[in-house]
Design a protein around this ligand. Structure first.
Ligand SMILES: [Zn+2]
Length: 183
């Protein structure tokens, strides 16, 4: 039985030499604002929506690499910004194991309380964001209150243990790519 996959999107905003991260309420780790892609939603739209919900900041997504936007032939045929990383990770292995057991024993599956939507693995598109509104951080009700900018030095130093290795790799890549957006 294959794990259930949720598709998610996140964004990294590098602004004035710092990156904006939020402390995830369940993981207790710092990461870029993001979340599940809703039905009929495009991945980069999710990143913009989640960014607003989690930080109060209006961003737009910028393509990480040269894309084919200029070559779209019409309104029915669109190209969209490219993520700079695509990552698959476990969020709740217990849900997978419990669901497997439930199927084998023909019992109802009750998801873990922390992951009550039944999340098992996430397949995440990571985008680069650019600030297009005022710099006033204001998370929506119910979202993590821990939202702040970090320098790369802080993340390499005293905060390193609060970042998953994959997130740390993404953060470094975001800083690198953002250099070309500062013109
Ligand atoms: Zn999920």
């Amino acid at each position: 039985m294959k794990p259930k996959i949720c598709y998610t999107a996140a964004a990294h905003l590098v602004h004035q030499g710092k990156i904006l991260l939020i402390k995830h309420k369940k993981f207790k780790q710092w990461l870029g604002p993001g979340g599940h892609i809703d039905e009929n939603e495009l991945a980069h739209e999710t990143a913009v929506r989640e960014f607003m919900e989690e930080t109060g900041l209006q961003v737009k997504i910028v393509s990480a690499y040269d894309d084919l936007s200029g070559q779209a032939t019409g309104a029915d045929d669109l190209f969209h910004p490219m993520p700079f990383a695509v990552n698959e990770h476990w969020v709740c292995r217990a849900n997978y194991e419990e669901r497997q057991k439930a199927v084998e024993q023909n019992l109802p599956f009750i998801p873990d309380k922390q992951w009550s939507k039944g999340c098992e693995k996430h397949f995440n598109f990571s985008y680069l964001a650019k600030l297009v509104g005022p710099l006033e951080i204001k998370p929506a009700a119910g979202e993590s209150k821990e939202v702040r900018f970090f320098t790369l030095e802080e993340l390499e130093g005293s905060y390193r243990s609060e970042l998953a290795s994959s997130i740390f790799a993404e953060v470094k890549q975001a800083f690198e790519l953002a250099k070309s957006f500062h013109s």
